[in-house]
Design a protein around this ligand. Structure first.
Ligand SMILES: NC(=O)c1ccc[n+]([C@@H]2O[C@H](COP(=O)([O-])OP(=O)(O)OC[C@H]3O[C@@H](n4cnc5c(N)ncnc54)[C@H](OP(=O)(O)O)[C@@H]3O)[C@@H](O)[C@H]2O)c1
Length: 308
């Protein structure tokens, strides 16, 4: 099988595609032959930082079960599945654990499923942990990203009173309005307009405090980016505001049933026509271009690689 080897220390050739043996699933594992694999900011951050985990970067994938390890129930060879793996996802065959894999409904294309299994999961989870209620106003930062554009669509579908999309450059305005945003603001704007009840922040850094500042009294900010950031605690108590963290990885370990439930909700919302995942589809050999789309912050929706 073909597998990407990342070597960020080699700045001239930070990745290459090797031909290697497919892994063998151990007890409790599935082997999945991948149709599509996601490329995301997490990978770009690793490459920028010059450090890639020993086991290779993880991420989302969609494909078919090729082998089932001892003790695995609920999956059979040939099942069409998607999910998140925490290591070595950039390969034509990957190892997955059942708790992080879901059956993909037949009517959902591989690309759409790929966009939903991680980006959609993050977006829906952020709304849930942020205690979103219909009628509330929601701001989404990195609103054109793989997770962000689905957060805009979900907020709209779940009955938000007002949806504000925050993006770095105004040329993404048409795209995020098409996803359902009522208003678009750019990070550079001095004012982000009227206060909102909920901010879903996928950027981090200085945008975290700006997000807190735009919250209405009792507002919540859900921090789910790996971009860090600090908050002045004093800015919270005056408005009875909260900041809440969310991570797919930790939730999958502590409450895997929540992940399964949210995937079920996402398939239903998609079947009802409320979710229209956007994506850039490239071949495995175009991985450099795929990484470049995110590194240049120019992607509209998910970036994915076709593995066949
Ligand atoms: N907590 C979790 O479990 C979890 C899981 C998945 C993703 N996430 C987070 O969700 C956010 C979106 O992830 P994604 O995979 O959906 O993103 P993505 O599809 O790869 O999109 C990347 C977009 O993020 C924005 N961005 C913000 N900071 C950036 C930076 N320093 N460099 C490049 N782009 C940056 C850019 O849009 P603008 O230029 O318009 O900002 C860019 O177009 C990320 O912060 C990621 O860490 C969290």
């Amino acid at each position: 099988m073909r597998k990407v080897r990342f070597q960020p220390e080699d700045t001239a050739q930070p990745f290459r595609i090797d031909e290697v043996e497919a892994p063998v699933p151990g007890p409790g594992q599935l082997l999945v032959d991948t149709d599509v694999v996601g490329v995301s900011l997490a990978l770009v951050r690793m490459l920028r930082g010059g450090v890639v985990p020993q086991g290779g970067p993880g991420g989302e994938m969609v494909g078919r079960v090729a082998a089932v390890g001892a003790g695995v129930e609920g999956f059979r060879v040939g099942d069409r599945v998607g999910g998140v793996v925490f290591a070595d996802v950039y390969a034509q065959s990957v190892l997955a654990v059942p708790a992080m894999v879901t059956a993909v409904p037949p009517q959902v294309t591989a690309a759409e499923a790929l966009a939903l299994v991680r980006g959609g999961l993050v977006a829906l989870s952020a709304l849930r942990v942020g205690r979103f209620e219909p009628g509330e106003s929601v701001m989404v930062t990195a609103a054109a990203s793989g997770a962000g554009h689905l957060a805009v669509q979900l907020a709209r579908a779940l009955g938000a009173g007002r949806v504000v999309a925050a993006v770095r450059s105004a040329d993404k305005a048409g795209f995020v309005r098409g996803c359902g945003a009522d208003e678009v603001v750019s990070y550079a704007q001095a004012s982000w307009g009227q206060p909102v009840d909920l901010v879903l922040d996928g950027v981090g850094g200085e945008l975290v405090q700006r997000g807190v500042d735009v919250l209405a009294p009792h507002g919540r900010l859900v921090a789910f980016s790996a971009g860090g950031g600090t908050v002045d605690a004093g800015s919270l108590l005056g408005g009875l505001k909260s900041v809440i963290g969310f991570s797919v990885g930790l939730t999958s370990r502590e409450q895997p049933e929540l992940i399964a439930q949210r995937w079920g909700e996402l398939w239903e919302l998609h079947a009802a026509g409320h979710l229209r995942p956007a994506y850039h589809s490239l071949t495995l050999d175009q991985i450099g271009e795929a990484i470049g789309l995110i590194d240049s912050r120019s992607n509209l929706g998910r970036v994915l690689l076709r593995m066949a």
